[in-house]
Ligand binder design. Structure first.
Ligand SMILES: Cc1cc2nc3c(=O)[nH]c(=O)nc-3n(C[C@H](O)[C@H](O)[C@H](O)COP(=O)(O)O)c2cc1C
Length: 143
């Protein structure tokens, strides 16, 4: 079973470019190994990350993420079974949205309406917005 998780957190210390690249390369190594794809957004000290993959692999990854001292205040916005991956090509993409984009994504609804939840393949509004944001800026960030 595939599962998708989205969470928000805040960096313990601000990440500069080198720190972000370092985090990303270790994450990609792990994720490629365990079959977890997704995207990481960073804006002014705040993270929003969406992860998807086999449920057990997502659990394992979340344990690593929850254990990290590089961020705090982790808050899960979405955690549910998914039918297909949204970011299949990305072992972890990175984007640096503007503050207003970040706020729009973090305050979007990540719960599907009950009727929508029964429809196969439907996505919560927050995930639709994240996919739109990503496809609007992808190509500017290396895989
Ligand atoms: C914002 C953030 C995102 C992370 N994303 C991933 C990830 O996608 N996959 C993964 O295996 N680990 C991920 N990690 C965990 C790190 O790769 C690493 O295991 C962890 O940060 C080590 O703990 P430390 O930061 O206290 O040294 C993430 C950590 C942070 C802070």
């Amino acid at each position: 079973m595939l599962r998708g998780i989205c969470y928000l957190s805040s960096a313990t210390r601000p990440f500069d470019e080198a720190a972000l690249e370092g985090l990303l390369s270790e994450s990609r190594r792990n994720n490629a190994h365990s079959g977890v794809s997704g995207v990481l957004l960073y804006a002014d000290g705040d993270f929003l990350q969406y992860l998807e993959g086999p449920s057990a692999a997502v659990d394992e990854t979340m344990l690593r993420i929850r254990g990290s001292r590089r961020h705090r205040g982790l808050r899960v916005l979405l955690d549910e079974p998914i039918e297909q991956r949204v970011f299949a090509d990305w072992w972890m993409g990175l984007a640096r949205p503007t503050r207003s984009h970040f706020l729009a994504l973090s305050s979007a609804s990540w719960k599907r309406a009950a009727a929508a939840a029964r429809q196969p393949g439907s996505m919560p509004p927050g995930l639709v917005l994240l996919e739109e944001f990503w496809s609007g800026q992808a190509g500017s960030t290396a895989r």
